[in-house]
Design a protein around this ligand. Structure first.
Ligand SMILES: [Fe+2]
Ligand SMILES: [Fe+2]
Length: 190
């Protein structure tokens, strides 16, 4: 269950809907980064026992990446560069140093990114039903997987330190709610 404290800005859906080609390129990068981030989490000592689960997430994200690349190819959209996301970099900048603190914060950030993807894919799936049925179905098909990643990352943080995860989650949920309201001119998902 998502516990986000703010909705995406009201103009987000229109901006995304009117720039679907750019959004698909951004989405491809998002899945690529999700795959590499799952592997990156394997560097934390506290997550050594979870290496198999993290590999499974990385494989799933790589499959998502390939699915988006297939869509790009079918639509003759070239794979291009990624736009920066002030929301993602704002979250990442708040990750503390120190192996255990860093692991917990990093997991919470990943969880919020997965949670926002889950939320936004669901919104897109509904909004595109009449405009682009293929994309609507595609986004709908990703909702459960991203929701599972959201839950898995939070549970991994809780397994390291439950009370500390509660404290940091409270901090990051406030930060997310503040950052998501900031104006962002790019046609990107986050
Ligand atoms: Fe994904
Ligand atoms: Fe994911």
């Amino acid at each position: 269950m998502l516990m986000l404290r703010a909705k995406p800005p009201p103009d987000w859906l229109d901006k995304v809907k009117s720039n679907l080609s750019a959004v698909l390129v951004d989405h491809a990068h998002l899945e690529r980064k999700a795959a590499t981030t799952a592997l990156c989490l394997e560097k934390y000592k506290d997550l050594y026992p979870r290496v198999g689960e993290l590999n499974s997430i990385a494989i799933e994200e790589l499959q998502h990446f390939q699915l988006v690349l297939n869509l790009l190819k079918a639509r003759n959209i070239p794979f291009g560069h990624a736009f920066p996301s002030p929301w993602i970099s704002g979250l990442m900048k708040a990750i503390r140093n120190g192996s255990r603190h860093q692991a917990i914060d990093h997991l919470i950030c990943c969880s919020l990114i997965e949670g926002r993807s889950c939320e936004k894919f669901q919104l897109l799936s509904g909004a595109l039903a009449e405009v682009d049925a293929e994309l609507a179905t595609f986004y709908g098909s990703l909702v459960e997987s991203e929701g599972n990643h959201y839950a898995t990352y939070i549970l991994m943080a809780r397994d390291i330190d439950d009370p500390e995860t509660d404290r940091r989650l409270d901090f990051f949920l406030d930060l997310d709610a503040k950052l998501i309201q900031q104006p962002n001119p790019y046609p990107i998902l986050h």
